[in-house]
Every structure is written in C-alpha cells, then in structure tokens.
Design a protein around this ligand. Structure first.
Ligand SMILES: [Zn+2]
Length: 278
C-alpha cells in the first residue's frame, strides 16, 4: 500500500526530472558532420562571372549533417548517392568529378541508426550532391521550402535530378516560406536563402558549448567565394546577393560560426565523425 505522502514525493520527483529534461534540452543537441563524398573541380571558371577563377582547379568536400535533438533526429543533406562508393573512381560530369569514400548508411549504422529512425529530413537544395540518398528517407518527415518543393517536382528539374528524390513526393511533408523552427524551441532553424535554386536554405543550430553554427548549403561554395563575393554563373545573381546580405546579418546577430559545406577547411575543423559538436 503506497501512502499519500510517498505518492506525492514520487510524483514531485517525476515532475522535477521532466522539468530538468525540458530545461536542459538545448544542452542535449549534438551536431555530427559525416563524409558524404568529395568534388574535384578541374576548371573553376563557372564559379565566378568575371573570370576570377579561370584556369584554376580545386578540391571540395561534400558532407551530410545529423542533428540529434531530444525530440528527434534531423538529417541535413544526404550527399552523393551511396552506390557511388562501389565504383572505382566515382562519376565525372563536365568539370565536376564526384567521389565517395564511405556510404552515408554505413556511417549512420555506426550510431545504430537506420533511415527509418530519422524523424526529419531536410535538403539545403535538391542538386544530386545533396539529394543523392534522399529516396532512402521516405519515412522521415520532409521539411522543404515551398518554392524548392514546386521546383523539384517541376518537369525540368525532375528530368535532370528527379531519380535521386522522386520517392519524397509521397513523404509526409512540411512546407515553409521564410523559415522553419524544426523542434519548436528555437534550437534548430532552417532559413530560406534562395538564389542557387529557387528555395535554397541554410541551417542555424544553437549549441550550448560550441555556440551558434550555420551550415551554408551552396549559398557559398568555397571560402574564397565568400571573401571575393563571387558566385556560380548559373545562380540567380540578384536573389543570391539579397540572400547573402540576409545571411551575413544573421551571422553577425547570432555571432555564428559559418560552415561552408563544400569548403575543405571548414569540414576539417569539425570533430571527426563519430565525434560531434554539442
Ligand atoms: Zn553542392
């Protein structure tokens, strides 16, 4: 027989534990950067409109990010398609040479995660170096800017890249306009920064020890591009300029660490998976 007093003591203990978990939720957020391939560029001329990189070459990285929050997991970008890791030398598409060292699924498995365990999927944009494995995450809730969603299922985009993400058509989907607060506590926010594609986005993650971190998607492709203000010739130049101005305001306001996703130096200074930022 439980006495009323001990019942009240037990209930208040449970309530205090629940409250402590709620209050400490931000401190339980972890950001993992996974190796989802590389991109060698044999001629960088298309990365600027006034010839700044003509005749130059570069090597880029292509990470995917897992954000683990007490309310669920968010996968931000899915890298090159995993089957590329089975080829001897990846794929060449014009000046772009994509390679993959290790599969995304293999890396998730190291954390005892399979795709069906991922609650939320979001892509900075729908190009194949970011959407490569998207079809594997149909059971996740897909969070996407409404213009990107319209673009990705339009005929021209579908015929170019649709094979990588076509299954998401049937996913449970959250469409957003300017931004989306993933866990509804301001800790993980997706912000629209169009220009590279109609609904390209960046991700702001507020971590307790590491501070605020912003993942750029392809708003910038490399650190020199951010310094020089250059952009890919195929970008909407005007939209990209406005987005970059918004982006730099957010960076200042949030005192955020910028991770340019394709920039090797930015990836290399992050903890090596399965280590994480928190
Ligand atoms: Zn990219």
């Amino acid at each position: 027989m439980i006495s009323t007093k001990s019942l009240i003591t037990t209930l208040s203990l449970i309530l205090s534990i629940l409250w402590a978990n709620k209050a400490s939720s931000h401190s339980d957020i972890k950001l993992y950067a996974m190796d989802c391939g590389t991109l060698d560029v044999s001629d960088m001329s298309s990365l600027a409109s006034e010839g700044q990189f003509d005749g130059q070459k570069t090597k880029m990285v292509n990470p995917c990010f897992l954000i683990r929050h007490p309310k669920g997991d968010l996968l931000w970008d899915t890298g090159h398609i995993d089957s590329m890791a089975d080829t001897s030398d990846g794929e060449v598409n014009g000046v772009w040479h994509s390679k993959m060292n290790i599969k995304l699924i293999t890396q998730l498995n190291l954390l005892a995660i399979t795709p069906k365990d991922i609650e939320y999927l979001s892509l900075s944009h729908i190009h194949p170096d970011h959407s490569g494995n998207a079809n594997k995450f149909v059971e996740s809730t897909f969070i996407v800017n409404e213009l990107e969603h319209k673009y990705m299922f339009s005929e021209p985009a579908k015929s170019m890249f649709g094979d990588y993400y076509s299954a998401l058509k049937n996913s449970k989907t959250i469409l957003f306009n300017a931004e989306h607060d993933v866990f509804n506590d301001s800790s993980v926010i997706i912000k629209s920064m169009p220009g590279h594609t109609p609904g390209s986005s960046v991700l702001l993650v507020r971590l307790v020890k590491a501070g605020n971190v912003i993942l750029t998607g392809d708003l910038y492709l490399h650190a020199r591009g951010r310094e020089l203000g250059t952009m890919l010739q195929h970008n909407d130049q005007e939209l990209t300029t406005v987005s970059r101005s918004n982006f730099e305001s957010v960076v200042n306001k949030e005192n955020a660490q910028v991770i340019i996703q394709h920039e090797k130096h930015d990836f290399e200074r992050l903890p090596k998976f399965p280590q994480f930022l928190d």
